[in-house]
Write a protein that binds this ligand. Structure first.
Ligand code: Z57
Length: 841
């Protein structure tokens, strides 16, 4: 391509193509230029938001240069690419990350100081990109960070929601949802009006034989919605690689938008058509670990899958390769079952549009896709009703039936005597109405299926997917334990700790090879080092205490033990166990003499997290936490011994303040329910201890850091089924200490006792599905052990350092390398030359 451009033109481009700033003065010049021209502001009306905008635009320019080069390099290298399909990308803020990745945060800091600003205040102006609910969306964001940092040619594909996850306010102790309109000023996205795909819905299928005797299938008379690409640069750390996250936005197709209606005065209905199209990408569904089967959600899924697949196929076709080489060029990873329609869409493209035979197409499809499962909770497993799909995607339903038929025939051949097996593994559930089981379709259409932690990957093989292990053998199923990016979750969130670590082990290399943290272990007895370590934790707690002061209006003692549980509110995550434990502690304090109280370890219990707007029980838990806080925090008998804080609107940027400030964090799900958990890794990496059940990645964290460095409690996953059975059929009694807690609530200690009735009766009368009562004793005892352990600060700091030193395994870099080796079959691009060129200029 390059040689087709005349020499003199190339020269001119080279001469004037921007190089990007590196010094403080250059940065200031770029930022001021943007403030005065792009934003049309001046020194006299440059507030912090304008300073943020100018800084962001200056860094954006820098990223774009590397981004363009990366994309050219990747096209030229012509290697296999990975496409990560996820309905959620919980990115958080981009500026701080961009500054650290290009290694110019200090330059910006000094430059901004010259201009009269503190960098922290400027960073805080940015609105979080909150296109996700929780763990699944944040995992996708960590993966993008690792893929760029490791120089993989990898793209993310998602939806450009106009509204991200709602903002949470607490009013009178209740959650109130505020819409999160975040696109007012977003310098990190680039509309690509030239990159669009027309996506079809509804209509009907026409099958006929053409003149040459060939079967033709055409899906016609549907409604067309246009997908427009918005690209977001994803920079790697300390590398010239900047990958691409492509988000699709929906609008009425220009062919579709009815000018005839408009001209004849039917404005309202013309505008209604337009709005209906735009509604598809309007809002993120705010459910975590729950599926509700709404038609608009299915529309979102197909819209995004179809746009992404057509984009990928278009790129492949430019290479002029044979179809049989498709999966040598393309790997697609399905983040949960949300993108499962991509499997069907690729089969449709190959068979209906490109004219391949069914079997040839199906071989290509199955060697292209990998599927990651993130949950075993039955209420989260996607099922779509057959009539719904029939109406919205008639051709896709036919293809699903054909996939199912062929699959069941192959199963019948191999297991001719097992009639029940066919019913159990069928993609179609024979219910009223019939349902399409998306996980089964995802398994059948993929070459690898993985869980996200060892226990979880074992569980899917022995429970929800056990019949498929029988059909395919165990090798189709594998484990890739989750990880987190140490760039954001250590270096960015906890710069002082990162610096201290670097000073001890000699460099910041650990940010790219997290196993180097093990070089810290020899220093566990270094007095000076331990002192600094403890000081940093304390400073982080002071910072959180200030945040509590400004947002909640009261003070907490930073010397107290900070006990933190921040995550989506869900019964299986058991925030109710935590708050019942807090009440138990409150009652104990109340019954003590002043002398006894003196021996206690003061504690601040911090909660944070959003409840799905329709999840009534989760909202009740939030309500109880807030009401307990109101009573406990002003009780003079308690004082500093116990404070209960509910932090509003927990999100990625708040996590960056909260995570480094914990002494102990809670990961207390009913064993077998939390697929992995990833905040557990963030907290330990920042020197916090964990109280947790033997669930998800807690198990592997324990194996890595050692049993003496974690506070485990509760029943094991393998005992859960029997315990639940016993609740219904045995002589089941609620734990007496828990009964006292319930009595305290029922007395009205925390206001209107009726408000919390369902929370109590769920345990007392309705079988205690999440085993709160069974684990209550063990939980409280373990909390007492924590108090004891905290009194020995020296031993505590030893545990803290040792744990951090052993966390190397939990980087998302390791995780992405495992996916690349065992599922995607891709290798990193060589950027050595690019780095050298850059070093010379
Ligand atoms: C979600 O955040 C997760 C799983 C889901 O099926 C859906 Br829907 C949303 C979470 C799991 O609950 C966590 O345990 C896990 O760490 C995370 O996904 C990333 O794998």
């Amino acid at each position: 391509v390059e040689s087709s451009i005349p020499e003199h033109m190339r020269e001119a481009w080279k001469k004037f193509s921007p190089k990007g700033f590196t010094t403080k003065d250059e940065f200031e010049s770029e930022a001021v230029k943007h403030i005065e021209t792009t934003l049309a502001r001046s020194l006299f009306n440059c507030d912090e938001l304008a300073a943020y905008s100018g800084t962001a635009l200056a860094f954006r320019d820098r990223l774009i240069i590397d981004w363009n080069k990366t994309q050219q390099r990747q096209s030229f290298a012509d290697q296999k690419r990975l496409y990560y399909l996820s309905l959620e990308f919980l990115m958080g803020r981009a500026l701080d990350n961009a500054m650290l990745n290009v290694g110019l945060k200090n330059v910006a800091k000094d430059g901004l100081a010259d201009l009269g600003f503190r960098i922290e205040d400027i960073i805080a102006q940015e609105h979080d990109a909150a296109l996700g609910n929780g763990g699944l969306g944040r995992l996708a964001a960590c993966f993008l960070d690792s893929m760029a940092t490791l120089n993989y040619a990898a793209w993310g594909y998602g939806l450009r929601y106009r509204y991200g996850i709602f903002k949470q306010e607490i009013q009178d102790g209740y959650q109130v949802e505020i819409p999160d309109y975040w696109l007012d000023f977003n310098p990190w996205e680039f509309p690509r009006h030239d990159v669009s795909v027309d996506v079809q819905f509804y209509g009907w299928v026409n099958k006929y034989t053409n003149d040459e005797g060939k079967q033709i299938v055409s899906w016609q008379d549907g409604e067309i919605v246009t997908a427009t690409a918005y690209d977001v640069p994803v920079p790697g750390y300390g590398t010239p690689t900047v990958n691409n996250l492509r988000l699709w936005s929906s609008k009425a197709s220009s062919g579709e938008f009815d000018f005839a209606k408009f001209n004849s005065g039917e404005y309202e209905s013309a505008v209604a058509d337009e709005q209906r199209a735009e509604t598809i990408s309007a809002v993120l569904y705010p459910n975590d670990n729950l599926e509700r089967g709404k038609e608009l959600r299915l529309k979102q899924q197909y819209f995004w899958c179809a746009a992404s697949l057509h984009d990928i196929v278009r790129r492949f076709k430019k290479s002029k390769r044979k179809w049989s080489e498709f999966s040598d060029q393309v790997a697609i990873q399905l983040n949960d079952t949300h993108p499962t329609l991509a499997i069907v869409e690729l089969q449709r493209i190959l068979v209906d549009m490109e004219g391949l035979g069914w079997d040839e197409a199906w071989t290509i499809v199955t060697s292209t896709f990998g599927y990651t499962n993130h949950t075993v909770l039955p209420e989260a497993l996607e099922k779509w009703s057959v009539p719904l799909i029939q109406n919205l995607l008639p051709r896709h339903l036919q293809i699903i039936y054909e996939i199912n038929l062929q699959f069941l025939q192959s199963v019948e051949k191999r297991f001719p005597k097992d009639r029940d097996l066919l019913g159990r593994v069928s993609i179609i559930e024979e219910s009223q109405p019939k349902m399409v089981r998306m996980a089964y379709l995802a398994i059948i259409g993929s070459h690898k299926v993985n869980g996200v932690a060892e226990l979880h990957s074992d569980l899917i093989k022995t429970t929800i997917f056990k019949d498929f292990v029988k059909v395919y053998g165990p090798d189709k199923f594998t484990n890739v334990t989750n990880g987190i990016t140490p760039r954001r979750w250590l270096h960015q969130a906890n710069p002082r700790l990162s610096e201290l670590i670097a000073s001890k082990i000699g460099s910041y290399e650990f940010l790219k090879d997290l196993t180097l943290l093990n070089k810290l272990e020899p220093f566990v007895d270094d007095k000076e080092f331990k002192k600094e370590w403890a000081e940093i934790k304390y400073a982080n707690k002071v910072r959180l205490a200030q945040h509590i002061q400004t947002t909640k209006g009261y003070s907490v003692n930073p010397k107290a033990l900070f006990d933190i549980q921040v995550k989506r509110i869900h019964e299986y995550k058991r925030q109710q166990l935590n708050i019942f434990g807090v009440i138990h502690r409150y009652m104990a304090i109340k019954s003590m003499s002043p002398e006894e109280r003196k021996k206690l370890v003061p504690r601040v219990s911090v909660f944070g997290g959003k409840a799905a707007p329709g999840y009534w029980m989760a909202k009740t838990i939030i309500h109880l936490i807030n009401k307990v806080g109101e009573v406990v925090n002003k009780d003079p008998d308690v004082g500093d011994l116990l404070k209960v804080v509910f932090l509003e609107d927990y999100n990625v940027s708040k996590a960056e303040i909260i995570v480094p400030a914990s002494d102990i964090s809670e990961h207390i799900s009913t064993a077998g329910t939390e697929a992995s958990g990833t905040s557990n890794m963030k907290f330990v990496l920042n020197g916090g201890m964990i109280i947790g059940t033997l669930d998800g990645a807690n198990i592997e964290i324990t194996r890595e850091i050692g049993e003496q460095n974690i506070f485990l409690f509760g029943n094991l996953s393998e005992d859960v089924e029997d315990l639940r059975h016993h609740h219904f059929y045995g002589d089941y009694k609620v734990n007496p200490e828990l009964v006292k807690v319930f009595d305290c609530i029922k007395k009205g200690t925390f206001g209107d006792e009726g408000a919390f009735g369902a929370l109590i009766s769920g345990i007392v009368e309705h079988g205690d599905y999440y085993l709160v009562s069974d684990d209550f004793n063990s939980y409280c005892q373990t909390q007492d052990l924590i108090d004891e352990a905290y009194k020995d600060q020296d031993a505590w700091v030893t545990k803290s350092i040792t744990s951090v030193a052993r966390m190397g395994f939990f980087t998302s870099d390791r995780c992405i390398n495992e996916y690349a080796d065992t599922i995607w079959n891709i290798e990193p691009l060589d950027v050595a030359e690019e780095k050298e060129v850059r070093a010379r200029t």
